[in-house]
Structures are given as C-alpha cells and as structure tokens.
Design a protein around this ligand. Structure first.
Ligand code: G6P
Length: 613
C-alpha cells in the first residue's frame, strides 16, 4: 500500500526517487509525485504511473540533491492530481508524503480551518503538513523536530511519513506508526524507503524503524529517537537480496518470472531444513518453541488473501499428519470478535509482506491474550516477522507481482515441513513414514519444473479459448479445495473475470444453478482419495453442459475422457498436491489476463501490501 522513497546525498535526487518509485510501484499505482529542494521547494505530481511523473520531471529539468517521493494507493480522496502526494503546507514550505490513514483528520481539519488554513486536497495527509506548519510557526522557540513530535502526538491513526522543509534544507525527517519505513546507509548519502527494493542497488546496510520512532536524516548521519524524544541506538542490518531479485530478467511481467521461479523458490525454502537421506527436518526459527507447539491444544491460523488460502491447505495437512486441531481465520474477522484465544493456544500468522495491517492486528490481539504467536513471512525485517515470538521465513525472494504466486507455494512448503516435524515429535507418524514424506517433498521442485516445461504452451492455447468468458467456476476437494479458491482469486485479481472457488460437492448447493454451455468449470482432480467423488461432480457439471477444464494426474484416464481440456501434472502425495495443482492455475490466469490486455503486475484497485485495515 503506497510507497515512500527519500534521498539525501550528492546524486541527482529526482533520478534516485523516480527509479525508487518504479521499484515501489507494486505497492500503489494510482498516482505518483516528488518534492525536491534546491533553495526552493519543487513539487511534481499527478494521477497515473511513475512513468508519467518521469516525463514531467524531465521536461522541467529539476536538479536537487534532496527529495522525497510517493506512489499512491488511494484511501482518502479519489486518485487525481490534487490528491497525489507530496502534500504541502499553506506556505508551501513543508512537504509530506504519507502511507497510512489519519483517523481524526476531519476534526483536525475543522480546527485548522477555523485558524484560517485552506485545504487543497481531499486527503488525510494534507493535515500533517498543515498541522506541522501551524505548530512550528505559532509555538515560540520550538525546533522543527519538536514540531513534528507534537504533530504526531495529535494524530490518531497509522503513518509512515517523510517530511522536508525549506527551513531545513539538509535534512529529511521520517516517522513510523503502523507503516513500514527503513533507512539505507550509503557512503555520504542516505536513503529512505517503505521497503528495501529502492535501496538495494545502492547499499545493503539498513535500519528498520519501529512503531513510535522517528529519524532525522542528513547525507552523512542519522538520529533515531522515539516520538517522546528518547534517543535510540538502532541495529544496522545487512540486506541479503541482490538487485537481480527485483528485476524482470527478460520476462514480460514479474508475475510470469515469479511463476517460473518456483522450482528455485520452493527449493530455497527447503534448503538446509530437510534432510531426505536421514529423514529429518530442522526449523531453526521454531526450535525454542517446539515443545509448546507439539503440546498445543489447538493452532489458530490467521491470514489474508492468498496467505489465507495457504493457511487452509495447512489446516488439512496439520490435522491429517500431526492430528492437531486447526482453525483458520480471516485476520480481519478474528480481531473484532473478542476471540477465544489465550495461554496454551498457538496463533500462527501467515503473510508474504509481513506488513498486512489486519494480520498484524490479529497477532497483537493474540499476544496480548497470552497465546504463543508464530509467523510465516517472506520479507525479512518486516513488522510481523519482528513481532512474533518465533517463526519461519519462506525465503521465496522478493515478490513484486501484485498477484501472489511463489509466496503461496513457499508458505505451503513451510506448513508441510511444520506438520511433518510436529507429527514426528508427537509420534503421530513413524520415522520411516516421515523419511518417505521428506523424500517426496524433496522431489517437488523437479515436478514443478516439469509442469512449467510441459504445460506452459498447452495452457496458452487453452487460455485463448476462454479469454472472453464472463464467469469461471473452480472446483476442488480436500487439499485442493483451497487451490480452487486460489485459482479463482488469481483469475479475478488480474483478468477481472468473475470467478468462484467451491468445494466440488458443495457446488450442488448453489453454483450448479449457474452452469450452462457458456460456463467454464476448472476441476482440480488430483487428490486420489477423493477421485471417484470428483468424477461424480464432473458428471454433474457435464449433465448441465458445463465446459470441463481439468487439472489432473497424468495417469487419470477417467477424468481425461470427461474433460474438454485437461492439463496433466505428475503425481505426488495427496497432501503435497496443492504445490503442483496451483501452477497451471497461475499460468491460466496469467495468459487470460495478458490476452485481455490487463495490467498483470499492477491490477486495478489492488495493492501488494495492504497496510490499512
Ligand atoms: C493483498 C495482496 C495479496 C495478498 C494479501 C495478503 O491483498 O494483493 O496478493 O495475498 O494482500 O498479503 P500478505 O502480504 O499478508 O500475504
């Protein structure tokens, strides 16, 4: 959700900012803007992509060595030129970019209007610039830093902000509460960003700000303190990702690159953790809490979006292998219903970004009530990964495409490893069985690779047949029911085709009414223990003239015969099959979206990292 970037150093700031905003564009792409200072404040901003902004800046030849920039995903106020960030104070001396939501902006706005301030935009952000200026100019003897602190104390809501002021031309001020921000430490230059992607090509030394902290940044120094003015010494972290991880590497879209990266990302997720020869699993991040995990009365998993789908796969696998009761919750629902969770329970949160506001709130709620809180995150250094008691990183590498692909498979791999590990510790499976499972898990990257090699072309052809279908139904049973949900979500997200995922048998209780000769029905028929039942469901669809498109094991003749189109994948254990069945569905939605001319990596209205509730 919204991206923030800032620079102070010797380079042309506009170039650093624009490049950084392009890297952050996956966080928001309604509009973009920069504020640059070189004796005067120069604001360039507008609706649309960063490339539009770039053109404007080029024509004006703005040269400055300090500036802040923003790419927006609208919350308050429609995306238009005026509502784009940066927002400036009445005098134009102070510019602010902001990620988050100011909840009391209406009452603050009224107060400021009574003091004669006029507002130009419909955003909550403008409040920050105006209030800051009001406090700074009317409070005797106050420093700019103190004025920021007083401003933030009056604000209710969440923010990651970067501020520049004509009175302080050698400084960028930043602060965070609920929205990620980090500082990149360069050689005689400093960077600010809402995630590491704009920074990684310049430096690998970063500092993560925590909630309630602010920093004053010059080109060769930084001072971090709390909003209450307590100075802090922050740890400097080393970024592990390289630039290649955030570039397209010859693929037309990040999403396609990330789909094709899965043999590697799944392998990276398992590397050093499974030992197929010995049949063991080591999850270093969970070592200290393994006893509690093994003895947990139940595990509650909370997540959003695609991560919620992987949680559902986890529920099936945990209950089957480890025999631990699992409940899966939408993070947004969990927190608002006085959840029954406390000591002896485990809350496991799953989040690619590690910043999703609802998931974070669920974590905090459960922690406060005494539950052990664990996380599965992809982004190292993210808020969720830092606030959980323990956890496992997915190591899938940066995911830039807004529609999640490789994060899903990596999350499922972590859940499988956890389930096998707990099952072994609890004595629910024998060492021999565990070893077999681990060996099968080890073969998954190769099988994913095989699917990518063999199915990509056939899927492109199938996609052409269904490009203009107005609706899709996805059906799956057991471990592949969540995959049906995920397949439908992928199609909705990037092609804007209405799609529903359903448990295959539940179809009879509603969606069957929608089926006619126009309705493509994607059936995931790769779970052996429910094969006969799934065949019956296919028959039910066919009897109503629905068009069957199946994802099936390559030895499943019955399903093949019943399908108009079938995508054949290698066999594996039923509970590992989501790792394989999801791949053709990712490709199908990708190619349909491309055929429809949709912006695959940045679908309308969606954001990669949803940091507002
Ligand atoms: C957004 C993204 C989805 C993602 C969901 C949860 O809606 O567009 O792709 O699945 O957030 O994000 P998280 O980072 O918590 O996994």
């Amino acid at each position: 959700m919204c991206g923030i970037v800032g620079y102070i150093g010797e380079k042309d700031a506009s170039q650093v900012l624009v490049k950084g905003l392009k890297r952050l564009e996956y966080r928001g792409y309604d509009s973009a803007g920069v504020a640059l200072m070189n004796g005067k404040m120069m604001i360039e901003k507008g609706k649309g992509k960063v490339s539009n902004l770039e053109k404007k800046i080029d024509t004006k030849k703005l040269i400055a060595k300090i500036g802040i920039g923003h790419t927006r995903w609208a919350t308050h106020g429609e995306p238009n030129d005026i509502n784009s960030h940066p927002h400036v104070s009445e005098s134009g001396n102070i510019a602010v970019v902001h990620n988050g939501i100011i909840e009391n902006y209406n009452s603050l706005k009224k107060k400021l209007e009574l003091r004669g301030r006029t507002f130009k935009s419909a955003t909550d952000t403008e409040i920050i610039a105006q209030l800051l200026e009001e406090i700074y100019t009317t409070t005797k003897g106050i420093t700019f830093e103190q004025a920021i602190q007083l401003t933030l104390k009056q604000i209710v809501g969440t923010y990651g902000i970067a501020v520049v002021s004509l009175d302080q031309q050698d400084k960028v001020y930043v602060a965070r509460k609920g929205s990620p921000l980090l500082l990149g430490i360069g050689d005689n230059e400093m960077f600010i960003a809402s995630d590491a992607s704009p920074i990684v090509e310049y430096t690998n030394k970063v500092i993560y700000l925590d909630d309630g902290e602010m920093a004053v940044v010059t080109k060769d120094s930084y001072k971090v303190k709390t909003i209450e003015d307590v100075e802090l010494t922050k740890e400097i972290h080393e970024l592990e990702m390289g630039l290649e991880a955030i570039e397209k590497a010859g693929y037309p879209h990040f999403m396609l690159k990330e789909i094709f990266e899965q043999p590697r990302s799944i392998g990276d997720c398992m590397r050093g953790r499974i030992n197929p020869e010995e049949g063991t699993i080591q999850l270093g991040g969970l070592r200290d809490v393994m006893d509690e995990l093994v003895n947990a009365k139940r595990i509650v998993i909370a997540a959003c979006g695609t991560s919620w789908h992987s949680a559902l796969v986890g529920e099936y696998i945990f209950e089957y292998l480890a025999r631990t009761p699992v409940e899966v919750e939408y993070a947004s629902e969990f927190r608002y219903r006085d959840p029954l969770i406390g000591k002896g329970d485990v809350l496991l949160v799953i989040s690619q970004s590690g910043e999703t506001a609802d998931t974070l709130a669920a974590l905090r709620e459960a922690k406060e009530r005494g539950a052990l809180v664990l996380g599965i995150c992809n982004v190292v250094g993210s808020t969720i990964s830092r606030e959980t008691d323990a956890g496992v990183f997915t190591h899938a590498g940066p995911e830039i495409g807004v529609a999640s692909t490789k994060a899903f498979t990596a999350q499922v791999v972590v859940l499988i490893m956890m389930a096998i590990k707990i099952a072994m510790e609890k004595g629910e499976i024998t060492k021999k069985k565990a070893k077999k499972l681990i060996q099968e898990l080890d073969s998954i990257p190769e099988k994913v690779d095989q699917i990518l090699q063999e199915c990509d072309e056939p899927i492109q052809k199938i996609a052409k047949m269904f490009t203009y279908a107005p609706n899709f139904l996805y059906l799956g049973r057991s471990y592949n029911f969540p995959v049906a949900l995920e397949g439908a979500l992928k199609l909705k997200e990037i092609s804007y085709i209405h799609a529903e995922g359903y448990p295959a048998a539940e179809m009879k209780h509603g969606p069957i009414a929608l089926i006619d000769e126009m309705m493509p029905v994607v059936v995931i028929a790769a779970t052996k223990h429910t094969n006969d039942k799934t065949i019956s469901n296919i028959e039910e669809v066919k009897a109503r003239k629905g068009r069957i498109l199946s994802v099936m094991n390559d030895d499943n003749k019955d399903v093949k015969e019943l399908s108009e189109f079938s995508i054949q994948i290698p066999t594996t254990k039923d509970y590992f099959s989501p790792l394989l069945t999801v791949i053709p569905l990712q490709l199908l939605s990708y190619y349909i979206a491309v055929n429809r001319g949709c912006n695959v990596d940045q679908p309308r209205n969606l954001a990669k990292s949803v940091t507002v509730e």
